[in-house]
Write a protein that binds this ligand. Structure first.
Ligand code: SAM
Ligand code: DTB
Ligand code: SF4
Length: 340
């Protein structure tokens, strides 16, 4: 996909035209681009851990952890570093190469809790795993501190389009999110930035989200595609489940627009048949969250994932393959810096 000419910006019309192509054409093109830029037999295996659960003052309509929602949840204060590192070690032994730690914080506050998270990041990195955290908004100095601790990536999702954003959350705005992404980039940390499908957004909102993600500079290193997990007690508990082909379409468009990014199947995988997941891999998805739990909701069992990858002949991607800022495999469409 060539970026539309002016200032290297991809135009909304171009994304719209792409999105509206016949699904199998899209999957075919996405698969081709995927194979040019990545080793299509590899899957990045990530493990998530909620290091501080519940009590968040933001009002995200989908989230079990917001004080504004009434989801049943066992709240937890910030976990101890040694407990987190034990979990990371278990994840590594089970085959994960990236360990992602999530805190239900609206933003990072300087102090002992943040220092402890930096220790966790250092511990995970020292273990030879890629480390990722998602801690809400943060400033440049805080991003720098995480970078110095060895952080590989910061997860901060845009979730949906700018136009639909205030139907999802009202306690912050789209520019707050973009500002944190800028601080992450300035500190030299890769960004993990994607969205959620099934919030009640229109097709135009999905196109607009993909358009915004693809025009981030730099493009995200990872693009998590979450399917809403409807949580009882949230305003979105009865949302209509998004059509699987619509989900595949978004994955294919993300792959085409962001050829070198890792496209990650995130929340919602537990409700999808294995055939749908295989089609998503064909459309260019190349990372999953493994392990029985995401942050607060259930995930696919390790056995099922193991069987699925084995049956598809896929293997785990080595850690730190994207050192130097590029996730490519050095193939003909890649950056030429074949690592690992
Ligand atoms: N508080 C931080 C923040 O919002 O950036 C980090 C934690 S937050 C739980 C991480 C991401 O999980 C959200 O941005 C959202 O995309 C995703 N998420 C949360 N609840 C979800 C749900 N019920 N279904 C799908 N995705 C969800
Ligand atoms: C992302 O995009 N999805 C993950 C991770 N980044 C932090 C979180 C999914 C959370 C799903 C709902 C839950 O388990 O609470
Ligand atoms: Fe949940 Fe993060 Fe929103 Fe807080 S900021 S309510 S943890 S998604």
């Amino acid at each position: 996909m060539n970026k539309i000419k002016e200032n290297n910006i991809i135009a909304m019309e171009e994304v719209t035209a792409l999105y509206n192509r016949p699904l199998l054409d899209l999957v075919y093109e996405a698969a081709t681009i995927h194979r040019t830029n990545h080793d299509a037999g590899e899957m990045q295996i990530c493990t998530l851990l909620s290091i501080k659960t519940g009590g968040c003052t933001e009002d995200c309509g989908y989230c079990s952890q917001s004080v504004h929602n009434e989801a049943e949840l066992e709240k937890e204060i910030l976990l101890k570093t040694k407990d987190v590192l034990n979990q990371a070690k278990k994840a590594k032994d089970a085959g994960s190469t990236r360990f992602c730690m999530g805190a239900a914080w609206p933003k990072v506050l300087d102090g002992r809790a943040f220092d402890r998270v930096c220790d966790m990041v250092k511990g995970v990195s020292d273990m030879g795993m890629e480390s990722c955290v998602t801690l809400g908004m943060l400033n440049e100095a805080q991003a720098k501190k995480l970078k110095d601790a060895g952080l590989s990536a910061y997860n901060h999702n845009l979730d949906t389009s700018r136009e639909f954003y205030d139907k999802v959350v009202t306690t912050r705005n789209y520019d707050d999110r973009l500002n944190t992404l800028k601080n992450v980039a300035k500190a030299g940390i890769s960004s993990c930035c994607g969205g959620i499908l099934g919030l009640g957004e229109s097709e135009k909102d999905r196109i607009s989200l993909l358009h915004t993600l693809a025009n981030l500079n730099p493009q995200p290193e990872s693009v998590p595609i979450n399917m809403l997990v409807p949580v009882e007690g949230t305003p979105m508990e009865s949302n209509k489940i998004i059509d699987i082909f619509e989900w595949i379409r978004c994955i294919a468009v993300a792959r085409i627009l962001m050829p070198q990014s890792i496209v990650k199947l995130s929340a919602g995988r537990a409700s999808l048949p294995k055939e749908a997941q295989a089609m998503a891999f064909m459309a260019g998805a190349n990372a999953i969250f493994a392990g029985e739990k995401l942050l607060t909701t259930d995930n696919v069992s390790e056995d099922e994932d193991h069987t699925l990858l084995k049956n598809l002949g896929m293997i785990a991607r080595a850690p730190f393959k994207n050192e130097g800022g590029c996730a490519c495999n050095g193939g003909s469409g890649g950056c030429g810096s074949k690592a690992a």
